[in-house]
Design a protein around this ligand. Structure first.
Ligand code: CMP
Length: 353
């Protein structure tokens, strides 16, 4: 029970992956609160809900991203069905976790947060059923959430362009970071010890890779208007979402896009933690911009925190989050719980103003 996670190669993972409803496990949690497994299982009792706390999971495991991703894949029975090598998978997930920087916001806990809500949208939200997703698409969808900000440096795309950073040249100023996250992951996957796809048929691998690439590239907020209007247009046309590959990919992209900004749709105590973290990261960038004598980006000037931050949050929710969550709730009604939290979170800032 006292074991640290993640478990080492060859160790028994059954305690980690049993369902929280298991009476034996429930008894164990009750008898031994405060132990790693008990605290972890308590967090996982919420894995199918939109109010799970990845902060708590990080506190109990120190590796929320790898543990959460592993538990999701196990729960979906994908490790078994797609015959994923358990040692390689855990080695890969540990490396993914380790490749996130300790940024205030774009860190491995954010990736765990996105991964969990993306899983929620796909499962309880109904995306898997609506799009009749294949096992390969589900695997790609889950992994995309976990890797989507890998090696994020804590400065945004615009900063890379304006400072002529190496990555901006490499990716020609197009979705710089999103291309970088993907390229690093697929570079890592070239090494046999991480290659969880090595046993798959070529077309199976292509399907997974294409889906992951499409999803992670769609998290570039510079493309938000284009992707969202495409989604709204298709929603208005009421398609059978499973019939066309383009529609399936669009729906998966909307899932990860919603997950990426889902902090605004979490219960207030969790949302405020994320809001504080994103402000810290924004102000760090603003400080560097000031040192470089380039204009400080909007909402990144710490001297204007009190007058700008609440307004920024309200505008972000009004113009980006709420319209997106409303449209996705129309598409997948169970995700409406996030929309309700958004209303509460917006009210918080309105009261502060
Ligand atoms: P990124 O993670 O690149 O993509 C989604 C963007 O949404 C994120 O960067 C932030 O710029 C923005 N974002 C997410 N959450 C918030 C928030 N609570 N307040 C302001 N911006 C946010």
């Amino acid at each position: 029970l006292q074991k640290r996670l993640p478990l080492q190669d060859g160790e028994d993972v059954s305690a980690l992956t049993r369902t929280p409803a298991d009476p034996e496990l429930a008894q164990m949690i009750e008898k031994a609160p405060g132990t790693v497994i008990a605290d972890t299982m308590k967090c996982f009792q919420k894995i199918d809900e939109c109010d799970m706390s990845v902060f708590d999971l990080e506190k109990s495991t120190g590796s929320a991203l790898s543990v959460c991703t592993y538990a999701i894949l196990y729960k979906l029975d994908l490790i078994n069905r797609l015959e994923l090598d358990d040692v390689k998978l855990r080695t890969f997930l540990a490396a993914v976790q380790a490749g996130y920087h300790p940024n205030p916001y774009h860190n491995s806990v954010h990736a765990a947060d996105v991964s969990q809500i993306n899983y929620f949208i796909m499962t309880k939200g109904g995306l898997i059923d609506k799009c009749k997703l294949s096992q390969e698409e589900v695997l790609a969808g889950i992994l995309a959430g976990s890797i989507h900000d890998y090696d994020h440096p804590g400065y945004n795309n615009n900063f890379h362009t304006r400072t002529n950073a190496y990555l901006s040249t490499l990716y020609n100023d197009r979705s710089i970071l999103e291309n970088h996250h993907l390229a690093c992951i697929f570079e890592m996957l070239r090494l046999p010890r991480y290659n969880i796809f090595s046993h798959m048929k070529e077309e199976q691998y292509r399907e997974i890779r294409d889906t992951m690439v499409e999803m992670v590239l769609s998290t570039d907020m510079g493309l938000h208007g284009k992707i969202f209007s495409q989604f709204r247009r298709r929603l208005g046309e009421c398609p059978e979402w499973h019939e066309r590959k383009d529609d399936i990919r669009l729906a998966l992209s909307m899932s990860i896009k919603m997950a990426d900004i889902s902090n605004c749709g979490r219960p207030k105590h969790l949302y405020l933690e994320w809001a504080k973290n994103i402000a810290t990261e924004f102000y760090n960038q603003g400080d560097v911009e000031q040192k470089l004598c380039i204009p400080i980006s909007p909402f990144m000037d710490r001297r204007k925190d009190k007058q700008e931050f609440p307004k920024g949050q309200i505008s972000f929710m009004n113009f980006i989050v709420v319209p997106m969550f409303e449209a996705i709730s129309e598409f997948l009604p169970p995700v409406e719980c996030s929309l309700q939290h958004t209303t509460e979170n917006k009210e918080y800032w309105q009261q502060q103003e």
